[in-house]
Design a binder for this molecule. Structure first.
Ligand code: FAD
Length: 367
């Protein structure tokens, strides 16, 4: 007889959404998290597209702290201003989001064991009777225990929040400067009308991310915004910038979801929409595997069919801007503005699906 229970390591958004899916199909599901309060002390942001959030089946409105209508992209003194008529994204309280996902998973019948750091040995033991889902973040014990390959590229990040009034509370600012923070960008995000988040991300691992943030805080645009404000919270974290080589081991019945699988948009480091959708797919495939013997490798095929092209386009865009000097990015901003890209992206931009933006661009040119 095959395995009929599911053990999920990690109670972040991806693990809890997978748990909701497997438990609601009637499978005995247990989620293990090392933290006493999963979601506590996350040093990550929560900017998510409204179109992406609608796919997750969460009442995310209960976690919204702000709505966003646009972005300013800055490089070498040039700025591109993208604005939409209506809100396109929201900022979510990440701890609240985790609580909502946990509520849903428990309502569906999943059991959540907190304060349990799972070792390779314990996971091995569980795998004798349960299908294993590794949702344990980018430094995944499940992935390394089952030899599922490495994530080749990471960004290190540091962010801090300040209680200050925000002049444009529905606009996020991104600063590209490959000399100061190569590989990603620095940002100012209005998490609420009176709370601004200041952060940096870089793939240069030899630097101290807090020092990089201090450099960003020293920029006039930033110091003018913060004034004498004192940080109210903050900390360092990492973002996987590439996909893990293997995200499923069908023989040993192990699947990876979320950051553990590297399901991230390399342009922004956003991982919740892709990782949570992958978790929903993983839960569906597990159900079909248990009921009718479907091969678990279908999970990877379905994920790649839906997100493979988007992930590649995000990576290509990241490689493109990461290879350029700030001056060259500034020039591209100037050219894009001259071509009317501000208006185009304001109307037709999509944070998650670059392929859709490209299609819309060519369709408009043809028209
Ligand atoms: C600075 C920063 C900003 C970001 N901004 C955004 C954004 O605006 N939008 C967006 O979509 N994404 C953003 N992200 C990415 C987003 O935070 C991640 O993609 C998301 O948290 C991944 O969720 P997850 O459930 O896969 O993993 P995680 O949230 O990392 O959860 C993993 C869980 O596993 C637990 N765990 C780990 N190891 C073990 C073990 N051995 N045993 C038991 N439990 C274990 C951990 O305690 C944790 O609760 C940002 C990330 C950073 C760092």
């Amino acid at each position: 007889m095959g395995k009929e229970s599911v053990a999920i390591v990690g109670a972040g958004t991806a693990g809890l959404i997978a748990a909701r899916g497997t438990a609601s199909s009637g499978m005995a599901t247990t989620v293990y998290d090392q933290k006493r309060i999963p979601g506590d002390g996350i040093h990550a942001s929560g900017i998510l597209s409204l179109t992406g959030l609608e796919t997750l089946g969460i009442d995310y409105t209960r976690a919204i702290t702000n709505t966003l209508k646009g972005a300013n992209l800055h490089a070498a003194g040039k700025t591109m201003k993208i604005r939409s008529k209506d809100p396109v994204a929201v900022v979510l309280d990440r701890k609240r989001l985790n609580e909502l996902c946990m509520e849903n998973a428990e309502k569906a019948g999943a059991r959540i064991e907190v304060g349990r750091r799972m070792t390779g040995r314990e996971i091995d033991h569980l795998s004798r009777r349960s299908i294993i889902v590794g949702a344990d973040g980018s430094v995944s014990t499940v992935a390394s225990h089952f030899g599922m390959g490495a994530i080749r590229s990471y960004s290190i990040t540091y962010k801090q929040e300040y209680n200050v009034d925000v002049p444009e509370p529905d606009v996020v600012d991104l600063f590209f400067d490959n000399r100061s923070w190569p590989g990603l960008f620095a940002w100012l995000c209005p998490n609420a009308k009176d709370l601004v988040e200041v952060g940096v991300g870089t793939t240069a691992h030899s630097v101290n991310s807090k020092r990089v943030l201090e450099k960003f805080l020293g920029m006039k645009e930033v110091s003018d915004r913060i004034g004498n404000g004192k940080p109210v919270s903050g900390g360092a974290s990492i973002i996987p910038m590439s996909r893990r080589k293997s995200i499923v081991d069908p023989k040993r019945e192990v699947l990876l979801v979320g950051d553990a699988a590297g399901q991230i948009k390399a342009t922004t480091g956003g991982g919740i929409i892709f990782g949570s959708n992958a978790a929903l797919m993983a839960a569906d495939v597990i159900r079909e595997h248990v009921r009718s013997g479907m091969d678990l490798s279908v999970y990877e095929k379905r994920f790649m069919a839906k997100y493979g092209t988007e992930m590649k386009l995000h990576s290509m865009t990241n490689r493109f801007y990461s290879s350029m000097s700030p001056k060259s990015i500034g020039r591209i901003i100037g050219m894009s503005k001259a071509m009317g890209m501000e208006g185009f992206l304001g109307k037709y931009g999509d944070m998650d699906r670059p392929s859709l933006v490209i299609k819309r661009f060519f369709l408009r040119r043809l028209a």
